[in-house]
Write a protein of this length. Structure first.
Ligand code: ATP
Length: 455
């Protein structure tokens, strides 16, 4: 699974299909669309917001609440600019920028294929690459001069390093332990395309796992597997995923080794998550620049040491895009096209839709809806024919629909319809919550153990 030509399987949908579904159904809108948009900025609509919450929630449970050795923080987006000098971002966080001398388009050198300008088609008309720093900056305070220059963080990671000592002391953590954070990051990306895959404002979920240097290689392997397990838990199909080790020339300035979890997007393999071995780079740098010792006292050996760090880092937006691609399917049912998003129940924006067969039975249907709302992300939908409502729920990935019909008053039962099999079963209202739980469990992806994953 680690070679460049790893197993691939085509995604069903192309980018255009996903962009159009995302807008039509209220997942993602172009930002400021009424003003003509704003390059690479997107606004999340009602369903996108629910999905993002579910993705964050799943990650937080997996990485923090489900473990004893990881705790969370939320650090400031704009903080002391010395952080970014110490971390190396002021000096090294650059992409190679080339300009087409024919049309003046500015492009990332490593994104130019066959020396051809994607804007005007000119061949070999590029300037030599120069370093372009990707940090976005602003001026903080009332005086608009360089003394107030500060950066919008380009990664959440540094918030964990500068708080290493605070967290360790407050929480009395012993190695190995991790600090996790979810939050927005900003990068002045040169090339922005492919929808929400690469934007200038995005959200990251990162964890810094501090450990004894001699344990670090083993823990790097552990986290690669553990992170793959999380992606499987979201239902991403294994044939769309692979792990790829960075080549030496690709490694970031801080990295001793990085593996990417890659996805087979319609435009080729692309990074979904990076799992880096950052060594002692960050703690050492911050110690030197701040003058504050960032070491760990090992009570077993009575010695101070600088822990090494393993960092899994993934973007909320990229996970959302990946899930839309991976879950999308088109089928022909009774001569008609059915579009279905096979999202895992934990991720789907709506888990159960309550559909009255006719508006006449609204009171009973509302009663059922009210009974389900405390337990599930439920939606009430009574517009248009029942067939169209099923199709609409299929298209937004709702795993189960509960249909309330004219018989419900008499037999005290409703029909559960499953998104994937389209099977319908009659269930008594008395046991409805348990019956829904059981079906959602059955639709929840099975996660392989570490032993079952070979990397
Ligand atoms: P790339 O090579 O694609 O520019 P990177 O290697 O610089 O990405 P990291 O610094 O490893 O990315 O960031 C960790 C994760 O954050 C990425 O795997 C991705 O999921 C997300 N991410 C990074 N940059 C962006 C961006 N511009 N837009 C959306 N998500 C991003």
């Amino acid at each position: 699974m680690t070679d460049d030509t790893g197993p691939a399987s085509e995604m069903t949908a192309d980018l255009e299909t996903i962009v159009s579904l995302a807008k039509r159904r209220g997942f993602v809108f172009p930002s400021a669309e009424i003003y003509g948009g704003f390059a690479a900025s997107y606004d999340y609509g009602p369903l996108g917001v629910e999905m993002r919450r579910n993705i964050r929630e799943s990650w937080w449970r997996w990485m923090v609440q489900g473990r004893d050795d990881v705790v969370g923080i939320e650090a400031a987006i704009i903080s002391n600019p010395r952080i970014w000098v110490a971390s190396g971002h002021v000096e090294n966080f650059t992409d190679p920028l080339v300009e087409c001398t024919n049309c003046q388009a500015r492009l990332r050198a490593d994104h130019v294929e066959e020396n051809t300008c994607p804007s005007c088609g000119a061949v070999g008309k590029f300037t030599d690459p120069r370093k372009f720093n990707m940090m976005l900056s602003t001026i903080v305070g009332p005086v608009a001069d360089e003394s107030g220059r500060a950066f919008l963080r380009p990664e959440t990671a540094q918030g964990m390093f500068v708080n290493f000592d605070n967290v360790q002391t407050a929480m009395r953590k012993r190695l190995p332990f991790g600090i996790a954070q979810i939050g927005k990051s900003f990068r002045n990306e040169i090339t922005v395309k492919q929808f929400i895959f690469r934007t200038r404002e995005f959200e990251q979920m990162e964890m810094e796992y501090f450990c004894h240097p001699e344990q670090s290689m083993e823990l790097h392997t552990y986290w690669k597997k553990e992170r793959l397990r999380w992606h499987y838990s979201l239902g991403i199909r294994p044939q769309h995923l692979r792990l790829r080790d960075h080549r030496p020339e690709e490694l970031s300035h801080y990295s001793r080794g990085t593996s990417d979890v890659e996805v087979h997007y319609p435009w080729g393999w692309g990074e979904l998550e990076g799992i880096a071995h950052r060594g002692d780079y960050d703690l050492t740098q911050h110690s030197e620049h701040s003058g504050k010792k960032l070491t760990y006292f090992d009570p077993d050996t009575n010695q101070h040491l600088v822990p090494h760090v393993i960092e899994p880092a993934v973007g909320v937006d990229r996970v959302l895009l990946t899930l839309l691609f991976d879950a999308y399917a088109e089928e022909v049912v009774e001569g008609e096209k059915r579009v279905v998003l096979r999202l895992a129940p934990a991720i789907a924006p709506v888990t159960v839709a309550v559909l009255p067969l006719s508006k006449k039975i609204e009171p009973k249907a509302r009663e059922v809806y009210d009974a389900l709302r405390p337990h599930f992300r439920a939606q009430y939908d009574d517009s248009q024919s029942i067939g169209r409502r099923y199709r609409r729920q299929d298209e937004i990935g709702t795993p189960l629909c509960v249909t309330v019909d004219f018989e419900t008053e008499n037999d005290g039962a409703v029909t559960i319809r499953e998104r994937d099999s389209m099977q319908q079963i009659r269930v008594p209202l008395a046991g409805l919550v348990a019956a829904i739980r059981e079906r959602l469990d059955a639709l929840t992806p099975r996660v392989p153990s570490h032993d079952e994953i070979s990397i």
